[in-house]
Design a binder for this molecule. Structure first.
Ligand SMILES: [Ca+2]
Ligand SMILES: [Ca+2]
Length: 178
């Protein structure tokens, strides 16, 4: 019995130790217990401009009963935020902006873990690095409209039309996906 306890303690210790300092806390499966989320980047080759193998980042959780989520054509996350519980599903949602080698334009996503699967809560939205630098919460619960969220995004088309920097700092109210 004592032997078994020792093994369990060792395994727990090992799991704790792998949470990186940049892991963000939250209750992402809604079980009432906090876990940590972080992205594992791919290996980058010696040029620093491409992957040494497959190019994907893995969103990973300290609670190993939550499956990892793969982001193809991604080398990590420019943004990973716990946006709080913004829907009717128990637990916190996440905003993520996968990163890439080039360009300042990215695609932001809102995701939730529901019935054992990762789902989008809003349509993916474009986002410029100028907005990312502001460090704002990218998706917020709309206090006035139940089932809606306020998304901070950058309007590529508006930017192309008039080159007004305001285009980078837009917000829109959208309904949560079912
Ligand atoms: Ca949890
Ligand atoms: Ca939720």
């Amino acid at each position: 019995m004592e032997e078994g306890d020792k093994i369990t303690d060792y395994n727990l210790g090992k799991k704790q130790a792998i949470i990186p300092s940049y892991g963000i806390p939250g209750d992402f499966d809604g079980d009432g217990t906090t876990e940590y989320a972080w992205t594992v980047p791919p290996k980058i080759d010696e040029t620093g401009e491409s992957c040494a193998g497959e190019c994907f980042a893995l969103l990973t959780f300290s609670n190993t009963s939550i499956p990892s989520l793969r982001f193809d054509m991604s080398i990590g996350a420019d943004v990973l935020q716990n946006i709080g519980n913004v829907d009717d599903n128990p637990g916190d949602e996440l905003a993520i902006v996968p990163s890439w080698f080039t360009s300042c334009w990215r695609t932001g996503q809102g995701i939730t873990f529901r019935n054992g699967l990762w789902k989008s809560i809003v349509e993916p939205f474009s986002i410029h690095c100028d907005l990312i630098e502001k460090g704002v919460k990218l998706i917020k619960k709309d206090p006035d409209k139940r089932g809606y969220v306020i998304v901070s995004y950058s309007d590529m088309e508006k930017w192309a039309n008039d080159l007004n920097p305001d285009a980078m700092f837009q917000t829109k109210t959208v309904s949560l996906k079912k």
